[in-house]
Structure formats: C-alpha cells, structure tokens
Write a protein that binds this ligand. Structure first.
Ligand code: T1G
Length: 678
C-alpha cells in the first residue's frame, strides 16, 4: 500500500506532503511516513530546510481517533516529533484548514509555523475526554505563555490563524492560494539561522510569575467543566510546563493522558464524537440522493419558537419570510429577534453589521401568499392538531409544488398532519428545542410518506444552520420527550411516596444534568396552563398556584428564592405534597438517593430500548445524541444508552425489577446477550 506521505524537492528544501483523506488524521501509516521523510531530510546534506504540508482540505486534524482503545502501533508521534525538532535544519509547518490535536502538536514541534488566513489551530483533546498526548501541553505554554495556552488546552476550541499569530503560535500569515510557495520561501529565509525550539526553557521563559493563575482559571471555568476529568488534568499539565523541565513535563503529560485514555469519560466522549456524525446519516437513504435547493424559508408564527427558528436561518444567510396573524404579534416577534441579536453583539459574538445583515434577510408578512415561492416552510403555531391541519391545508394551496412543509410539533402525529395535504411526501417534522436559536438539537420526524430527498435535504440543512439532527419515527414525544415523560412520571411518583423533591433535583444535578425537574418547573413557571381558579385543586401544581407559588418569577414555587434567586426547599411545599399523598391514601416513606437515581434514569433507558425495538430511532447512539444536545444529559457519560452499557444493562434490568418497573423484551434480550444496544 502506498504511503500517504510523499516528499518533493524544491532546490534545497524538502517538502513533506500528507495525503490521507478525509482530514489527514495521524494514523499509523502517516506517522511512519512522517518519520521516514524526516530521516530522509536529516540525512541528506543537499536538503537545508523542510516544509511539512497536507493535501486535501486540512493540515493534520489530529490523531486517528479510530485507533484509540486498540493496542498502540508504532512509530509513536512524540518520538517522531522530538527527532524532527532536534534537527538544526529549519522545519516549517504550512497550515491550512484546521490544525487540531496531534496536528497542532506536529506544528508546535516544527521550528516555525506559517498559515493561510482561513486556517484554524487548536487542541480539542478535552472534547474527547483527553489532553494532548504529544507534548502539546509542554510546547504550547513555552511558546505562547501559560496565560494564552490555558484557554486553548482546557477549553479545546480552535483559534483563527490571525489570533494564533497574535499569541506567537503562528509566525507568518501567507497567501490563501500560495501556501506551499510562501512556506518554501519562508523556510529558505531561515537557513543558516539558529532554529527556535518550543520545548526549550519553561513556560513564560522562566516560569509562570502569577502563582494564582491556575486556580483563578479553574474557578473561571467551574460551571463549564463541572463533572469533567480532562479539563483539570489539562490545567495540571500546563502548570507542569511552568515548573518542570520539558522532559519531566512530558512525563507528567503522559501520566495524565494515559489515566484519561483508560477512563470511562474518554470512552464516552469518543463514542459521542462518532455518534454525532452517525446521526446525520440515514441508513436507508442513498448518500447521493439529490437535495432540494433551499434558497428561501417561510416560518409561520413569530412567537418564541418561530422567532428562534427564523434566527437559525438568518444567521446562516438564508432569507426568511415570517408570517403572523396580526401586525402587533409580528412586530413583537421581529422586535424580540432583533433584541436577541443585539444582545449577542453586546457579548462580542457578532458585529453590528452582522446583526443588520441577518435582520435584512427577514421579511415579515401577514399574508400566506408571500410564502408561495418558499422552498421550505416551517410552522411553529399552537400545539393543536386542528390548528396544524388548518395551517397545512392553507400551505398546500399556496406554496409552490416541490417545497418542503415542516411542522415544529413536539409530539403530534406528523402522519396525520401530512394527510391534511395533497403532498404528504413533502411533509416532515422539524422539532426544534427552546430557545431554538441556541439549543443544538433538531429532531427530524420522518413520516410514513416523507420522501428520501426531503429527508436528505433537511439533514444537510441542519448542518448548515449549526444543528445536530437525529431522525425519529412518528410516536408520541418522538425520542426525547417520550423518554422525558418516563423520568417525569417517576419524579412525581417519588415525591408522593415521600422522597424530598429537592433530593430528586439534587440526584440529577449530581449526575451532571444542568437542573432537576422541580427547579426547571420553577424556572419555566408553575402557573403555565393553570386555570387560575385557586379553589380548584386537583394536582400538586394547582395546590402551589393556589397559594401563589408560581415559581422563580414569584419568588417562590417548589423552592423559596432570595433576591439573588438562590433557592431553599420549602416546608410549606413539603407539607402540601404530604397532604396530597394522604388524600390519595399514599403511605410516605424515606427514599434514599440511590433509589431516586435508579427510578429516574433506568425507565428512560427502558423507553429508549422500546424506541429502538419499534424502529423509532435508527440506532442507540442517536438516542444519546438527542439527550446530550436536547436535555443536557452529561456528555462525559456518552448519553443514556452508552451510560447504561457502561454500568451494565444487567444492572439496569435488576434495578427496574427491584422497583417493580417494566422491563422491555428488547432490553432484557440485549442484557442477556451482548450487553450492547447497537
Ligand atoms: N480521527 C479519525 N477520523 C476523523 C477524525 C480523527 N481525528 N476527525 C474527523 N474524522 C472523520 C469523521 O469521523 C468523519 O468521518 C470525517 O472525518 C469528516 O469529519 C495525539 C491524542 C477536522 C473539524 O479531535 O473536529 O490528536 O463520518 O464530519 O465537519 O495529542 O472532523 O465521513 O466517515 O467532522 O468538516 C484530536 C476531530 C484528536 C479533531 C472536520 N483531533 N475532528 O470537521 O468533518 S486526539 C480532533 C474534527 C489527538 C493528540 C491527541 C472535525 C474537523 P465520516 P467531519 P467536518
């Protein structure tokens, strides 16, 4: 098999080129080829400088993640990079695309780095539950200083070539279309000069002067890194660069890396990496299915959902015509969209021009006729089947043939909605999650008659608007809400049986969710949908509303809130629940957190198994993608189905049986078999 690495001589410069699509991952063949090429350059006196570049869309985008978890095969990257750096011949990294992870480490081991303006550089290993493992945590702080290195290593987000130049990671920005020639010229200009090495000295030259830097940084990231192991390890590795010799620092990095690699969090996050990409593929839709061009989108409803949905397309440069029933509602909706954009601009994440650009693509209207030439229309109207059917009936009359008609419904039957039109093949569900311009998840609901090209178009479009899409079949609640209802059922049952509602929330918080159901209820408002009759009390929520406990906005709901909105459990609420239980003749008992956790989470896994068994999800990993992106299931456990496999499906079955909860045949069968869903 030919090596993915080749070399070309340009006078006294050897250009080492990798051609390993799709992203020049540093797999075994690439590492071996790199090693040989570097040895060729070092042993030939006619070669006085080296340029390393990649064919295709990007410079090395990291180690080959598919090799992880398998026995390591040499040569190993760190040794190859140390040998290269030790050379006295200048080695220049010529960067385009995304130099990530091991790719960025290759660049760091080069003596110089040049990049095209559109290039990005980063160390995203923490997003895989790892830290850089080829001396990135040691070279980067020595090159750019610990302060600049920390956000890159601990946050894992890439930076632009210009920003990289600003911190000293990139030496020169070269022509977008003349990378190789400019890199060769740059390399020639360095011949005969002493070569700089990023492994020399310690971070910040003579060590980090600000001893509190690391603790301060850790505190500033507390909310984001809660529960994750890798970010703390990354901070420790960068700290080592400021206090240890390079050799000792690399040893420390290796220890931290190895521990993370063998841990459950990295296995979970590597699973998620591939799960997210798999979710965008539809097994029975050919890859080359022709796509429907989406040049203009219509949105019906300018409320919270309609406005948020519209912003996704506007931000991606796709014009939107938004329809409301009254001018007042239309003005309110478009006003809210502008305010959201302006808030984003205030945080520096958008420029004022970009706000105007986005809003300039918006056409408000009161008339269905203005939707006639849309390629896709998404309704985000009131969750009532009658209303949806009426809307789709009108769309069917007005909108051009061949356009996609999508419903943002969160649980209604998309087949029934499709039947209200003469074009059921063009009807699909696009279930966004509130706030729709922020939440990444998009549940694409495939009707019985939804056409392949409609599905393929919506899946591609989801990437264009920055969403993570997963396909669901038509069933109540699709994937996410169907499993959520099982957790909610148990949460309500638990507090009636005597569990403290704040401990139900704590169990989910401790597990890694952003908040629990009762805290969420207070945030959203206990009085949503309340009939406003305090004398009519048939549920705990009605009882709370009856005494003015509407939630955070009222200073009290399930919890009491102080001015800083800090919550404390309420004896009054505990008593209200106890009274309810007594009225229903329910014996209350002490319920420990282990039982709470099992009864909240195991029924979700069981429902996920039923979803798979019914074919409502293509694969278990799609369910993981839904729950991580739509409901805050902690990424470091890989999602409900991967987590269940990690703790053992047999444990889940046992727990369900212990609490007299249903066990689906599919779950039982998988537990007794491979112990895996997919
Ligand atoms: N290894 C293996 N396959 C990879 C890969 C990788 N590093 N990166 C991408 N792919 C596959 C991906 O699964 C998909 O496959 C195809 O390439 C296109 O990817 C030693 C230990 C580079 C920004 O974390 O962030 O280096 O689905 O759909 O949207 O210290 O891929 O087509 O079959 O994402 O244009 C660190 C991960 C590794 C970078 C391109 N590097 N990749 O995005 O395409 S750990 C990363 C990405 C490491 C060192 C440590 C993105 C991308 P398929 P894609 P994209």
């Amino acid at each position: 098999m030919t090596s993915p690495i080749r070399t070309e001589r340009h006078d006294n410069v050897l250009v080492v080129i990798s051609d390993n699509p799709p992203v020049n991952a540093l797999g075994q063949a690439v590492r071996a080829g790199l090693k040989d090429a570097i040895e060729e350059a070092m042993s030939d006196d006619a070669i006085e400088a080296v340029v390393i570049r990649c064919d295709g869309r990007t410079f090395f985008a990291g180690a080959d993640i598919t090799e992880f978890g398998k026995p390591p095969v040499g040569p190993n990257l760190p040794e190859t990079l140390d040998a290269m750096e030790a050379s006295d011949k200048p080695v220049v990294a010529a960067i385009h695309g995304t130099a990530l992870g091991g790719g960025c480490e290759v660049a760091l081991a080069c003596h110089y780095r040049v990049a095209v303006p559109s290039a990005k550089l980063g160390l995203p290993e923490v997003k895989l539950g790892l830290i850089p493992g080829a001396a990135g945590t040691q070279r980067l702080p020595r090159l750019v200083g610990a302060e600049a290195a920390l956000p890159l290593v601990v946050g894992g987000n890439p930076i632009s070539a210009r920003k990289a130049q600003g911190i000293g990671l990139v030496d020169e920005i070269v022509g977008e279309d003349s990378l190789e020639a400019d890199a060769i010229a740059f390399a020639k200009s360095k011949i005969g000069q002493p070569v700089p090495r990023a492994s020399e000295g310690t971070a910040n030259g003579d060590g980090v002067r600000d001893p509190d830097l690391f603790d301060r940084f850790r505190a500033s990231q507390a909310r984001k890194i809660r529960g994750f192991d890798a970010p703390n390890a990354a901070i420790e590795a960068v700290k080592a660069a400021g206090t240890m010799s390079y050799a000792e620092g690399v040893k420390k990095e290796r220890e931290l890396f190895t521990e993370l690699m063998s841990g459950t969090q990295s296995a979970a996050m590597r699973h998620y990496f591939f799960a997210e990409r798999a979710a965008n593929k539809i097994d029975d839709v050919p890859k080359d299915t022709p796509l429907i061009p989406i040049k203009k989108v219509g949105v019906i409803g300018a409320g919270t959902m309609g406005g948020g949905i519209s912003m996704n397309f506007l931000s991606a440069g796709i014009p939107v015509t938004i329809l409301e029933m009254s001018q007042d509602a239309l003005d309110r909706g478009t006003g809210t969209m502008r305010k959201n954009y302006e808030n984003t601009a205030k945080k520096g994440r958008m420029t004022a021009d970009q706000v105007e650009q986005a809003m300039g693509l918006l056409t408000p209207t009161l008339s269905y006729d203005d939707l006639a030439d849309c390629d896709l229309v998404i309704e985000a109207v009131y969750e009532s089947m009658d209303v949806k059917k009426e809307v789709f009936g009108k769309l069917d009359e007005v909108v051009k043939q061949g356009a996609i008609l999508a419903s943002n419904t969160s649980y209604l039957d998309v087949n029934e909605i499709a039947a209200a039109t003469q074009r059921p093949g063009y009807v699909v569900g696009m279930h966004f999650f509130s706030p729709a311009n922020i939440m990444k998840l998009l549940e694409v609901v495939r009707g019985e008659k939804t056409r392949d090209d409609v599905l393929a178009t919506v899946m591609k479009l989801s990437k264009t608007i920055g969403k993570v899409a997963a396909v669901s079949g038509v069933c109540p609640g699709f994937i996410g809400n169907r499993m959520l209802s099982k957790r909610q059922e148990q949460a309500n049952a638990l507090i009636m049986e005597g569990a403290n509602y704040w401990e139900v929330d704590e169990v989910l918080l401790d597990f890694g969710f952003p908040m629990g159901p009762f805290q969420m209820g207070d945030l959203a408002g206990i009085d949503i949908g309340w009939h406003r009759d305090p004398s009519k009390v048939t549920t705990v929520r009605e009882a709370l509303c009856a005494v003015g406990r509407f939630g955070q906005k009222a200073g009290k709901g399930f919890y009491d809130y102080d001015e800083a909105r800090q919550r404390t459990p309420s004896d009054e609420v505990k008593q209200i629940i106890a009274d309810f239980a007594a009225k229903e003749g329910k014996e209350q008992r002490e319920i420990l957190k282990d039982e709470i956790r099992e009864r909240l989470l195991y029924p979700m896994v069981n429902e996920g198994a039923k979803i798979l068994e019914e074919g409502m999800a293509q694969r278990a990993s799609d369910i993981d993608v839904v729950w991580i992106n739509g409901y805050g299931w902690p990424l470091y456990t890989g999602g409900p189905m991967f987590w269940a496999q990690t703790i053992g499906l047999d444990k889940v079955v046992e727990g369900l049986e212990k609490h007299d909860l249903p066990v689906s045949n599919y779950l039982r069968e998988r537990s007794a078999g491979s112990g895996k869903f997919d």
